[in-house]
Design a protein. Structure first.
Lengths: 325, 288
């Protein structure tokens, strides 16, 4: 990782939100949209500072689970409070934010989170991945390649990959400390033996920088490989479990695999998006019923990342128009 | 008292090993002992192991015998690097290729990570209670494979082949490789534990009351198996038991412990035929 990128990230983590509340209020007043009833970004400044400190520790120890005092928010635990706290601790008035859920900008959860951030910060929103400076996501990493000046915040339901094999948190912490991942390897081995392949669809465990085993959250296997040596800073927040962790830019991420059962993604090049025609994206399947009662209906596929799909559709439409003219 | 074996080909050697449960006080040393008991009347601390000296030579079975609470299992856990010792040294000497000895290592001076690695690669342990040594949520094959996976085996086919070999060695039906441990009998579970312990080809095999709780016929089969493994693999073993019959069948040399202290050690036959310490005499006469 280049020093200037690290420097920029550290500067951002240490200096953001250090401005006074009055300053923030003025900045927001200029942009409009923020309800003055709330503190800027809802959480008090001391709590935000604590979250940022924990994030710094997470960046220093990639993949290490860092406990933090998860605050109460006006949304229920399990609905993205971890990611939301990370986002709220980081955002500045000049930020442009994008919130997605399952790759969709307009899902109920994404809209609600966006509305909360908007009401408490008044900052600008976008659905364009390239324009956003902070992206909060659940279940997906956007299709478009993220840059070094962008931060991806992922909501995490279950932070510890060892939870499957060691329910005792104290013991699991010891196992992480000693890099004692034998049980997890046996779990993977059993998975292959019982089902003939790794039957882990999401939350696929990875080894970060040859040290910590990390849960990749409910992102599909398709996105796991895209964390490897990625340019952006990725922050993970688990509100219910009170843990944050991080993958800094240019970090080695290696999924657990066997020589005779290598890690594979769900990608199937024979399937393509019905809307934009892409076959190099993560697709979600929908069953479309037949308009006639006799018809059997069929499965159809659409890009999971809706904004990327729309962008491609627009470009495709323009190309068709140009060709026609 | 005779201190330790002076054999030149020792593999593992304990020097003045001490382990105490509790904070301890200056009076602990003078107020505890084989005769006084291991609980300090001043501070209530329990001296589980006091100045334990032993040496285990390559290919031998060293027996540790004593009543419940005499410190045998604590000593076993210290040797297994699962319990930190309060004092003393535990030296290990690897015999390299061509039987050339390498410089010894004090295992107690290793950091936690190195200890765990050593424990996984060079030590194998079989517990009295299978649930301590096996993960009941994994299959038998998975349990045996754990040490192989820890030793960076990453080929499922090869792992299964090695697991089947080990199960064959311990006379377990290989067709049941994917069954869960709860479907096995007590004697079979001890065999699974032995398979698991042998999977990393350990330098020392630790056996902690392996036949306790088994009926006599199953006990005999497990003992036969251990004897055969020792014979075929020339395995070095440390055997803890309160049963002198087991010690007599397996161990070449024996240490007798009482209240955390070694009261007598020597050749097993010698100890059983001509016990010197009153406590050993009591043990032998009770067994007979």
């Amino acid at each position: 990782m280049s020093d200037d990128v690290i420097g920029q990230l550290l500067q951002r983590l240490t200096t953001s939100q250090t401005q006074t509340e009055a300053g923030a209020t003025l900045a927001q007043a200029a942009q409009g949209g923020r309800e003055p009833l709330y503190n800027f970004a809802f959480i008090d400044e001391d709590s935000k500072r604590e979250v940022r400190r924990k994030l710094l520790k997470g960046v220093a120890l990639p993949g290490h689970l860092v406990p933090f005092a998860s605050r109460d928010l006006p949304i229920a635990r399990g609905w993205g409070t971890g990611g939301l706290q990370v986002t709220l601790a980081l955002v500045e008035p000049r930020d442009v934010i994008k919130v997605i859920d399952q790759g969709d900008d307009d899902s109920v959860n994404a809209v609600n989170l966006r509305r909360l951030i908007q009401k408490t910060t008044g900052i600008a929103f976008t659905t364009d991945t390239t324009r956003a400076t902070v992206l909060q996501s659940r279940h997906r990493i956007p299709e478009e390649r993220l840059r070094a000046d962008q931060i991806l915040v992922l909501q995490v339901p279950m932070a510890d990959p060892l939870r499957w094999v060691e329910p005792n948190i104290e013991r699991a912490t010891e196992m992480h400390a000693e890099a004692d991942y034998g049980h997890m390897w046996v779990y993977m081995y059993e998975s292959v033996v019982r089902s003939g392949d790794m039957n882990i669809a999401s939350e696929y465990p990875v080894i970060v920088e040859k040290r910590y085993m990390m849960d990749t959250t409910p992102i599909p296997r398709y996105d796991v490989g895209r964390l490897h040596m990625a340019e952006m800073l990725t922050l993970f927040g688990a509100g219910r479990e009170k843990r944050v962790y991080a993958v800094p830019p240019y970090t080695h991420i290696v999924p657990l695999e066997f020589e005779d059962y290598p890690f594979t993604t769900e990608h199937d090049p024979s399937k393509h998006c019905d809307k934009c025609g892409a076959n190099d994206t993560y697709l979600t399947s929908y069953f479309v019923e037949s308009p006639t009662p006799e018809g059997a209906g069929c499965w159809t596929y659409l890009c999971s990342d809706t904004s990327y799909c729309e962008k491609r559709t627009r470009v495709r439409g323009q190309r068709v128009t140009m060709e026609a003219s | 008292m005779e201190t330790q074996a002076t054999a030149k080909d020792w593999v593992i050697e304990g020097r003045n090993l001490r382990k105490r449960y509790g904070h301890g006080c200056p009076m602990c040393v003078s107020l505890t002992g084989p005769e006084q008991g291991n609980r300090c009347p001043v501070c209530g601390s329990i001296t589980a192991c006091a100045d334990i000296n032993f040496a285990l030579t390559k290919g031998e079975i060293l027996g540790i015998v004593g009543e419940s609470g005499s410190g045998k299992s604590t000593l076993m856990q210290v040797v297994n690097l699962a319990l930190p010792a309060d004092g003393g040294e535990l030296w290990y000497r690897e015999m390299g290729a061509m039987e050339q000895e390498q410089s010894p290592v004090n295992l107690l001076a290793l950091d936690k990570y190195a200890r765990r690695t050593f424990r996984n690669q060079r030590l194998g342990i079989v517990y009295q209670r299978p649930e301590l040594g096996l993960n009941m949520n994994f299959s038998v094959g998975g349990n045996v494979a754990e040490k192989l996976l820890l030793a960076d085996w990453r080929n499922v086919g090869r792992i299964r082949q090695r697991t089947s070999e080990l199960m064959g060695l311990t006379e377990l039906p290989t067709a049941r490789i994917d069954d869960e441990p709860r479907m096995f009998s007590g004697g079979m579970l001890q065999r699974v534990q032995i398979s698991k312990a042998l999977s990393s080809n350990p330098a020392v095999l630790l056996l902690d009351e392996v036949t306790s709780g088994l009926d006599l016929s199953v006990q005999a089969k497990v003992l036969d198996l251990i004897r055969r493994i020792q014979w075929e693999l020339k395995m070095t073993m440390l055997l803890v038991s309160h049963d002198l019959g087991v010690i007599k069948q397996l161990a070449g040399r024996t240490i007798v412990m009482k209240s955390g202290y070694i009261v007598e050690q020597g050749l097993t036959d010698q100890i059983l035929e001509d016990p010197q310490h009153p406590y050993t005499q009591l043990l032998v006469s009770s067994a007979l």
